[in-house]
Design a protein around this ligand. Structure first.
Ligand code: GLN
Length: 313
């Protein structure tokens, strides 16, 4: 019954939290200097179900920069505005097999046949948001993130400044993608908006609600708002599955089956379609760039709750 399911969720979260709380593996990202300053011990796990109830363990209200997880929601915005085909045609929907900020991948594929979750694809996705000014585009990007989270989100200014001061590589990627005519926006503006979007502050609680909005066909189960049409969700989840966890996407899918996106800030958002969204926060990353404790926690919770989408029989 309902009480049994709720009890199982609480105990799955609590036991994962207890089990991995003191796990000391991995290292904060430090190529963005502000991320190295975030206390490594933060650990939060939140899970949101279709009735809008959020289950929580640990530091689930602590804010941190969303980083690459934002790529999912800006891709959702472009799909909603211009159709799924726009993403397939402009940046592609295939894994690159290369690191997320690879310039080789851009050259190899001439700016196409990548996906919206690697930096070139993500910057081009931002560059394809419709708007007559950078402010108008930014307002739309912040709004879709806020609608997915069900509350007004803001930018972490120190992280934005820190990454703006050190993002020469992303500026190069933006220029290169612009040279391949992947987007109509000024490349300096596109990379600035991209950097700002990566600096949006969220909590594990927010990520759980954002994931649940995808799990329930684009309708935020907390606010009841239909944020994007349900038709865009399967495609987004497919890209999360193939490219959401960088080079470990295959391994991750093999173990959990869960479409998931990670960010270098230490966040993860996972989606069990029709069941729940899960958000975790733990800054230390493994070699592939994914949160160590977040991955362990989600893996255990998915097993305990029988939530692997490929095991629904
Ligand atoms: N803003 C970061 C970057 O562009 C995001 C990377 C990430 O989370 N993988 O490098």
């Amino acid at each position: 019954g309902q009480a049994g399911w709720m009890g199982s969720i609480n105990s799955a979260l609590q036991s994962a939290y207890n089990q991995y709380k003191s796990l000391n593996e991995g290292k904060n990202a430090d190529y963005i200097p502000a991320l190295a300053q975030v206390p490594s011990t933060y650990f939060g796990i939140a899970l949101c179900t279709g009735d809008g109830k959020v289950y929580e363990a640990g530091d689930t209200k602590q804010l941190f920069s969303i980083q690459s997880i934002s790529k999912v929601f800006t891709a959702a915005l472009v799909m909603q505005e211009s159709g799924d085909q726009k993403i397939e045609d402009t940046v592609g929907v295939d894994a690159t097999g290369q690191v997320f900020n690879s310039i080789n991948a851009v050259e190899q594929f001439k700016g196409k046949e990548m996906n919206p979750f690697v930096n070139p694809g993500a910057i081009a996705t931002v560059g394809n948001v419709k708007g007559s000014s950078p402010d108008e585009v930014w307002a739309k990007i912040l709004k879709i993130h806020s609608d997915f989270a069900g509350r007004q989100l803001d930018v972490n200014q120190p992280v934005y400044k820190s990454e703006s001061d050190t993002n020469q590589r992303n500026r190069a990627i933006s220029s290169l993608m612009s040279a391949y005519e992947r987007f109509p926006m000024d490349p300096a503006v596109a990379v600035d908006l991209y950097t700002r979007q990566c600096s949006i502050n969220v909590s594990a609680h927010d990520l759980a609600v954002m994931g649940a909005t995808l799990a329930f066909g684009g309708r935020n189960p907390v606010t009841g708002k239909q944020v994007i049409d349900s038709s865009h969700v399967p495609g987004l989840l497919a890209i999360m599955s193939t490219a959401g966890m960088y080079d470990d996407s295959g391994k991750w899918l093999f173990h959990t089956g869960l479409p998931t996106k990670s960010g270098v800030g230490g966040g993860l958002v996972g989606v069990s379609p029709g069941k729940f969204g899960i958000g975790t926060f733990a800054p230390p990353l493994d070699a592939a760039g994914n949160s160590v404790r977040g991955q362990r926690a989600i893996t255990d919770i998915v097993r305990q709750l029988g939530a692997n989408p490929y095991a629904q029989f």
